[in-house]
Design a protein around this ligand. Sequence first.
Ligand code: COA
Ligand code: AMP
Length: 635
Amino acid sequence: MGSRYREVYESWKQDPERFWAEAAGAIDWFKPWDKVFDADAGIYGRWFAGAECNTCYNAVDRHVNGGRADQLALIHDSAITGTTAKFTYAELKREVVALASVLKNHGVRKGDRVIIYMPMVAEAAFAMLACARLGAIHSVVFGGFAARELATRIDDAQPKLIITASCGLEPGRVIAYKPLLDGAIEIARHKPERCVILQRPQQTCELTQGRDIDYADAVARERAAGANVDCVPVLATDPLYVLYTSGTTGQPKGVVRDNGGHMVALEWSMWNEFGVEPGEVFWAASDVGWVVGHSYIVYAPLLHGCTTVLFEGKPVGTPDAGTFWRVIAEHGVVALFTAPTAFRAIKGQDPDGAFVPKYDLSKFRTLFLAGERADPETIKWAEQKLNIPVIDHWWQTETGSPMSQNPVGLGQLPVKYGSPGVPMPGYDIQVLDDAGHPVGRGTLGNVVVKLPLPPGCLPTLWNADERFRQAYLAEFPGYYKTADAGYIDDDGYLFIMARTDDIINVAGHRLSTGGMEEVVAEHPNVAECAVVGIADAMKGQVPCAFVVLNSGVNRESAAVEQEIVKLVRDRIGAVASLKTVVTIKRLPKTRSGKILRATMQKIADKEAWTMPATIDDPAILDEITAALNGRGIGV
Ligand code: COA
Ligand code: AMP
């Protein structure tokens, strides 16, 4: 059967408001909208203006009321602790209501912010949904970020309360969260009133008197008291969450997600794009701290009435490269969504796919990859070993769901290796040159989206309308700048090739090299620095810092380099993955003083490069080549 993609995309293009109003029929609203799209509201317009709804109601209560009470809603599978916990929709509601009651008793109300700094435990999802139930705005901070990153987010979001755990678990390592929490609150100007702390048996922590609340005790009390908390109606345009993502400086951007449009977009995506039916088991192997975790571990599968898997572990080493197949077989997963890096890791350890036939993967229909460029070799390997379609798709924290995809629900189109598919309804994707003129098919340029953005995309940045305009809308008037470079081929398939800003993608994690440079520059011996992303076989990219030491520094450069590695780990977190620091005598610059980062990256990656015409002193590039080669890089 042919794909309905073109027909459906055309129907969106003909009448976007009718298209999204129809999609909104899949959501329960407390009050219908006054306008499907209010072009005069917000910065570029707002979706479902005037409507009232509640995301927790749609993700949980409506399924309990509608016959799914006894269906599994959430499976927590920890490959690190070797434990599994399962929650039906009725049980999920009980957990969420009890926690919402705790939050409410501590004064959390509609519009208040709550930071969730959690490892991959089921309580992280309960916490998100409990906030949604109250109309409070959650901001989940990835557990791999260090105290200072947490502090930045505390100051920006100004949370009333923080929900956290005593520890996170990485293979062979327990990460105590309490010192990170205390450190962050110490650094932050804003002080949250309360912290709700989940004690994990692997490492408990001492609670701070007068501030901290024991999660389990508090929830048990509410349950025993038979607490009930109704879902608080919020405007469709009210924020559901703020998720901080790397920007072009060390100051992360608070991406705002609303309630109404978000639900409509996610619910639409589950069948049409991911081809998953209510009642089926969907697994996004990501982390709740990233947008993939928000959208496809928690909200989309639950809105759609699926069973979602929340997995604590790694694709390799917990305990082996067969873990993904074990989870799929054990829980009857029909679709897995992960980052290509996870498959490169599996392929690296089990190149022949020897673990695959050990498990019953008969229910597994589709593998979805996103978060970074999916290299054709990895896709082909996965297709061959799993014998199912492998679908690359492209999106960003800002959009909340795919901008381009090969929509398996609408009918799969032919796969083109290296392409994350075709534009999804809502997205008029164009490629412009730097002056803002459209380029021809097959020509590389700036990938932009014609405004307005569809439901589910960010309406603005938290408390930063002007930054939103400047960062995304100013450069190409009438368009949203994705900051990705790419091209569209003759068949309308998109190819995403690189970022146009300082963002790098490390193991599917989005990081700012500018943010890292700010930290490296704090080292007292560093005069100047540049951080670039260089190719890595497993992680896709890893950062490499070039540093010039202050004149008169009389120490072994190796010692300084190690201190810099530690500094970045302490300030940003281990997730930054900065392991290579190279001391050089001077940085290559243009005559106007711009650091030639792209040329340094090309040298490190052994790509062809040409001498920039405006370079100040060409000999510097030989010095850099020698320094890198001395480390075995770019040889
Ligand atoms: N809390 C604390 N530390 C964390 C962490 C967390 N939640 N997540 C990662 N880290 C640490 C890791 O332990 C590692 O520390 P190390 O330098 O001491 O080894 C460091 O941060 C870098 O982590 P990562 O880049 O994830 O590398 P890894 O070697 O631990 O794992 C992969 C590599 C490819 C297996 C893993 O990144 C992966 O599965 N990625 C794909 C899935 C994914 O999460 N995608 C994100 C969005 S879709
Ligand atoms: P994040 O906001 O963390 O989801 O990162 C978004 C960025 O990751 C995008 O702007 C792209 O640079 C990159 N990205 C995500 N998905 C893909 C993909 N399928 N192919 C290429 N790059 C991708």
